[in-house]
Design a protein around this ligand. Structure first.
Ligand SMILES: Nc1nc2c(ncn2[C@@H]2O[C@H](COP(=O)(O)OP(=O)(O)OP(=O)(O)O)[C@@H](O)[C@H]2O)c(=O)[nH]1
Ligand SMILES: [Mg+2]
Length: 300
């Protein structure tokens, strides 16, 4: 562990920050060791939330919307970081390129000291991505980034878990396409502390917001706020930015979120167990059962 580099990162050096995050990403340093070994000088007031996941189907406008939100929040003096989880889809060849193009707030001279952006290429990662993301969020807080936004596509278990590690989850949807509520299918809505229907400049957005409200009314617990925005013409974005900054966690999402976190940690426990190799060999020759294996790996 390069303590000098870690201290530089904490003291604001961006290159050291990038390197430290890479070291967390590839598993060469452990966040708990870092916390034990560095003096944490950045005393942040604990805000309402420290991490906010913005999730939803590909192409609904998450990056465009985040760009506007970052401008507003950074403009009000908050230090805000974005972790863009890159599912490395063959479609885009990786969201990095797309997001670089779409996130323009970072090019603004007056804002750039308050904004830090980092992509995480999940394809290259060997470990448990949601927990790597959680560790990176942790380090960003240590390094003085008050709020961390996580952009993740809301399909696929790992992506949903990346959202579940955040303090708050916002699900972004597009206008109605006649095939019902997308996020509902992915089990995302039960995790949502707020829902944004973006592309309100297109027809079908209001109808979709109504569909969402109806589907919440059928469910249990209090419905999260449903907001309409257009990242294109900025309608509703300032309002959304202010609601999101003070967003309470909705009671209904808490259990679902803890379930995802529990599963992520359980998986890490199994994968990082020194007994895993032996257990796999025993399973392969049939000398133990799955229950035996789980008892051994899932225990202490
Ligand atoms: N009409 C309209 N188009 C929008 C709006 N917001 C984004 N778009 C367009 O939608 C497309 C996708 O936007 P992105 O911000 O990249 O969407 P994303 O959800 O981040 O996509 P992935 O990262 O690939 O999942 C782009 O062509 C945007 O220009 C909006 O409010 N209205
Ligand atoms: Mg995007």
């Amino acid at each position: 562990m390069d303590l000098g580099q870690i201290n530089d990162a904490i003291n604001g050096d961006r290159r050291s920050l990038a390197r430290t995050l890479s070291a967390i990403e590839n598993g060469s340093i452990n966040i708990n060791d870092v916390k034990q070994n560095v003096k944490i000088t950045n005393k942040l007031q604990a805000p309402n939330w420290q991490s906010l996941a913005i999730t939803g189907a590909p192409g609904v406008g998450k990056s465009c919307l985040i760009d506007k939100l970052l401008s507003i929040w950074a403009g009000s003096g908050l230090k805000i970081a974005l972790l863009a989880i890159d599912p490395s889809s063959p479609r885009t060849g990786g969201a990095l390129l797309g997001d670089r193009v779409r996130i323009t707030s970072v090019d603004d001279e007056s804002l750039k000291d308050n904004i830090y952006i980092r992509s995480i290429a999940t394809r290259k990662s060997s470990g448990n991505v949601p927990l790597i993301v959680a560790d990176m969020v942790d380090f960003l807080h240590v390094a003085g980034w008050e709020r961390v936004v996580i952009e993740t596509v809301g399909s696929g278990q790992s992506e949903v878990r990346c959202a579940a590690i955040a303090d708050r989850i916002v699900v972004v949807e597009g206008p109605a396409r006649g095939d019902g509520v997308q996020a509902e299918k992915a089990g995302l809505l039960e995790l949502a502390d707020a829902v944004i229907v973006n592309k309100s400049d297109l027809s079908g957005a209001e109808k979709h917001a109504e569909e969402l409200l109806e589907s919440f009314e059928l469910g249990l617990g209090d419905a999260p706020p449903v907001m309409l925005t257009s990242a294109l013409n900025e309608n509703g974005v300032a309002e959304a930015a202010s609601v999101l900054l003070d967003l309470p966690d909705s009671g209904r999402s808490v259990r679902a979120r803890w379930r995802e976190r529990l599963l992520a940690h359980y998986e890490r426990k199994i994968l990082e167990s020194p007994k895993l190799d032996d257990i796999l060999s025993s399973l392969a020759i049939g000398s133990i059962s799955i229950d035996d294996a789980l008892n051994t790996l899932g225990g202490r």
